[in-house]
Each structure stands twice: as structure tokens, then as C-alpha cells.
Design a protein around this ligand. Structure first.
Ligand code: HEC
Ligand code: HEC
Length: 307
């Protein structure tokens, strides 16, 4: 707050209090121990008139007491511009104290959860309620309330993973964050090459594309893309290069979006949560994220068993 606004607020606040004192004294000019007058205010409702008597003394004192209370409050707590108050109280310190006392209460619970393996924790209702709350507060802004993601923020509920879906891999994604690095090829490839390569990516994800584009695109893909995305577009967890064969997209699967991705590259960044949440909470969050794709995992297991 600038000095001007600080003084502005201080003066207005004090002037208001003084004005209240003056107003009370002014309205209370007549003492209640004077004989009540029969003067009326001139207001009349259906024959009822209002006597113009001063306020009773006890009521008057209530006003004075609240003014004194207000002044003491402004002395102790921040309220007058930049003045911090004698107690040094701030919303921030109050918040810190609250966080600290909550840490103390919840730490044993998280420590107990931290002992259990992720797949087991993912089936524990109590832990998953806690996980859902943590997710809602810390992750949903980007990944959506259901983990379904949106443009630029991956779906983490579909069991398709850029950086890996094993418990340890999810844990590391959350703990340390992830930084994806796909360079742009707008300089290296002309428009035709970009279009043919995008068409080839279309084809990889199982969609219909003219034959001649496919063969041209395949060659470009081998030259420019296969190093990271794999020769068949199956992706590479170590680089966070997504599998391009599944028709599931973070940046959009239309021809235009894919061409933009190729021209400009993509550098998605998952912020590290280690310092914000600590390892025990991240353990619970890992289990929660794991649980979001549990149905798909079970289906996958059934398919594997059938094979
Ligand atoms: C500021 C936005 C943001 C927030 C907040 C955020 N994420 Fe992310 N997250 C991302 C982005 C962007 C990526 C993709 C990074 C990339 O492009 O590789 C990602 C990736 C991930 C991945 C890896 C997905 C994969 O396919 O391998 C996991 C797991 C994840 N986030 C979990 C979480 C959890 C749990 C939280 C909450 C503690 C969280 N994220 C909070 C933006 C965010
Ligand atoms: C240096 C490694 C690297 C190279 C080379 C590379 N990519 Fe990528 N690509 C990535 C990474 C990493 C991501 C994830 C970006 C992110 O999450 O922000 C990605 C993302 C994509 C996406 C977006 C997927 C989605 O979910 O929306 C497409 C499409 C894609 N790449 C196509 C290509 C094509 C086509 C080429 C060749 C012209 C190529 N990439 C070359 C690493 C690479």
C-alpha cells in the first residue's frame, strides 16, 4: 500500500470515529434526567405520535463503549493503513499458525498411509477421501476435478502415460515435476512436409488418410520424429514423448493442432510438488492418481490374462 493510500485510510477511519462521537453527543444534548418533554418529532402514523426524547443513558453508554472498543482494536490490530498493530497479528501469521496446527494433527495419519504400498492404498476409502481433497485443492486447477485434463494439461485418469503409470513413476512426476521438450520443426520442414507428417500421425492413430501422404509422411517421421516418439510412434517414457497411436491428445488431435505441434513444438511443464506438499502427502496423491485409472488397469490385466 502506498503512503498516500495508507494516510487516506487512516484519516477516513479516524474522522469517522470522531464523527460518531460528535453525532452521539449532539443527539444526546438533553439528559434523560431532565423532565421528559412532550414535544413530538412531528411524525404521525394513524394518530400515533413520536415523542422527541433523548436516548436513555444506558444506550448512550453502549455507543461510547463500542467506540472505545473500536479504538483499542485499531491500536492492537492492523486496520489503519500500513500500521501493523501492537500485537503484530496478520492474516498471514494466523494462516501459518493454522497450517502448523493442522500439520501436527494430520502428520501421524499421513505417516501411517506412507507405510502402505500404493496399489493397496488406492483401495483404501479413508485414504482416497483424503487424496480427493488434496487433488481438488492442488491439482484440479490444471488436470480437472476428475483428472480428465484439458487442452495443454494431460488426462491422468485414462491409464495412458507420458512419463509412466507405475506407482514409482507417478510419484516422481508429482514429487519433482516434469518438463517436456518437443522442439519446433517449422524451420526445418516446409509446409508440405509438415502436412504429410501430420497426416502420417493421423494414420498412426488409426484414422483414414490418403495413401500418397502416408508414404511421404512416414519418411519425414523416420527422419524427424522417430528418435523421440519411436519408429512406430509408440512413445518414450524417458523423454515424456507421448504414444501417438492411441488417438488421445493433450494438445488436440485435429489436423490443425497436430500441424501446430510440429511447427512450434510443445514444452508442457508439471510443477514440482515436493516443497509444497511433502513426501507423505504426495504418497497419498500418487495412490489417488493411481486409483483414477484403476478400472482401465483391471481391463488391461484381463486382456493380458486372455492373451
Ligand atoms: C500448473 C498446472 C499443473 C498443476 C497445478 C498440476 N499439474 Fe500435473 N501436469 C501438468 C502438465 C502441464 C503436465 C504435463 C507435462 C508434460 O507436458 O509432460 C502434468 C503432468 C502430470 C503427470 C504425468 C502424466 C503422465 O502422463 O505421465 C502427473 C502424474 C501429474 N501431472 C499429476 C499431478 C498432481 C497429482 C497434481 C497435484 C499435486 C498436479 N499434477 C498438479 C500441469 C499441472
Ligand atoms: C526431442 C524429442 C521429440 C521430437 C524429435 C519430436 N517430439 Fe513430439 N513430442 C515430444 C514430447 C516430449 C512431447 C510432449 C510435449 C508436452 O507434453 O508438452 C511431444 C508431443 C507431441 C505431440 C502432441 C501429442 C498430444 O498429446 O497432443 C505430437 C502430435 C507430436 N509430438 C508429434 C511429433 C512429430 C510429428 C514429430 C516429428 C516432426 C515430433 N513430435 C518430434 C518429443 C519430441
Amino acid at each position: 500500500m502506498s503512503a498516500f493510500w495508507s494516510w487516506w485510510i487512516t484519516l477516513i477511519a479516524l474522522a469517522n470515529i470522531l464523527a460518531c462521537v460528535w453525532l452521539i453527543r449532539w443527539t444526546a444534548r438533553k439528559r434523560p434526567d431532565e423532565k421528559p418533554s412532550h414535544e413530538t418529532t412531528g411524525h404521525e402514523w394513524d394518530g400515533l405520535t413520536e415523542l422527541n426524547n433523548p436516548m436513555p443513558r444506558w444506550w448512550l453508554w453502549l455507543f461510547y463503549i463500542s467506540i472505545v472498543f473500536g479504538l483499542i482494536y485499531l491500536l492492537l490490530y492492523p486496520g489503519l493503513g500500513r500500521y501493523e498493530g501492537l500485537l503484530g497479528w496478520s492474516q498471514y501469521s494466523a494462516w501459518e499458525e493454522e497450517v502448523e496446527s493442522m500439520e501436527e494433527r494430520t502428520a501421524p495419519l499421513f505417516a501411517e498411509f506412507a507405510e502402505r504400498p500404493i496399489p493397496e492404498l488406492a483401495r483404501n476409502d479413508e485414504a482416497m477421501q483424503t487424496g480427493r481433497r488434496l487433488f481438488g485443492n492442488n491439482c484440479a486447477v490444471c488436470h480437472g476435478a476428475d483428472g480428465g485434463g484439458r487442452t495443454g494439461f494431460p488426462n491422468i485418469a485414462n491409464n495412458y502415460w507420458q512419463w509412466g503409470g507405475e506407482p514409482e513413476e507417478i510419484y516422481v512426476s508429482i514429487l519433482n515435476g516434469r518438463q517436456a521438450m518437443m522442439p519446433g520443426f517449422g524451420g526445418a520442414m516446409d509446409d508440405d512436409a509438415v502436412e504429410a507428417t501430420a497426416a502420417y500421425v493421423f494414420h498412426l492413430s488409426g484414422r483414414e488418410v490418403p495413401e500418397d501422404l502416408i508414404s511421404r509422411g512416414e519418411e519425414h517421421f523416420g527422419n524427424y520424429c522417430a528418435a523421440c516418439h519411436g519408429p512406430g510412434g509408440e512413445g518414450n517414457k524417458a523423454l515424456g514423448a507421448p504414444n501417438l497411436t492411441r488417438d488421445e491428445w493433450t494438445y488436440g488431435g485435429g489436423m490443425d493442432s497436430i500441424m501446430t505441434t510440429i511447427r512450434e513444438g510443445r514444452q508442457g511443464r508439471m510443477p514440482a510438488q515436493k516443497d509444497l506438499l511433502g513426501e507423505d502427502r504426495i504418497h497419498v496423491l500418487t495412490a489417488y492418481v493411481y486409483s483414477l485409472s484403476m478400472d482401465q488397469r483391471n481391463e488391461q490385466d484381463d486382456e493380458d490374462d486372455a492373451e
